[in-house]
Design a binder for this molecule. Structure first.
Ligand code: FES
Length: 112
């Protein structure tokens, strides 16, 4: 049972993650939770490395979260794609976290 793993936390309801990207504060970290598809959640740091925007203020397109400022997109692994293909980050890329669904909650393992 993954919930028993150290650092495992429920982040938000599945219905909320399906509705829109969710900003969740967990152990002092700002995270964004979204659904890649109907059964696959994703959790990465809620900070765009291009200009520090909150990714949770963006939207989901083809399973990737889209930054609301300049439309960089991020996959569940935290890798960025920029329009036109150039990726010049002002900060470190978002960290991704192991996540899963249990019951009506999205869980993640937030290791130190
Ligand atoms: S701040 Fe996110 S793409 Fe520029």
């Amino acid at each position: 049972m993954k919930q028993a793993l150290p650092g495992s936390r429920p982040l938000c309801t599945l219905s909320a993650a399906r509705e829109a990207p969710q900003r969740v504060m967990c152990d002092g970290r700002a995270l964004v939770v979204w659904m890649v598809d109907d059964v696959l959640p994703a959790v990465i740091d809620d900070r765009c490395p291009h200009g520090n925007a909150r990714l949770s203020a963006g939207y989901v397109l083809y399973g990737r979260i889209v930054c609301p400022l300049h439309m960089w997109t991020f996959g569940p692994d935290g890798r960025a794609q920029a329009p036109g293909g150039r990726v010049e980050a002002a900060g470190p890329m978002p960290r991704s976290y192991e996540c899963w669904i249990s019951g009506d909650q999205v869980w993640a393992r937030i290791a130190a």
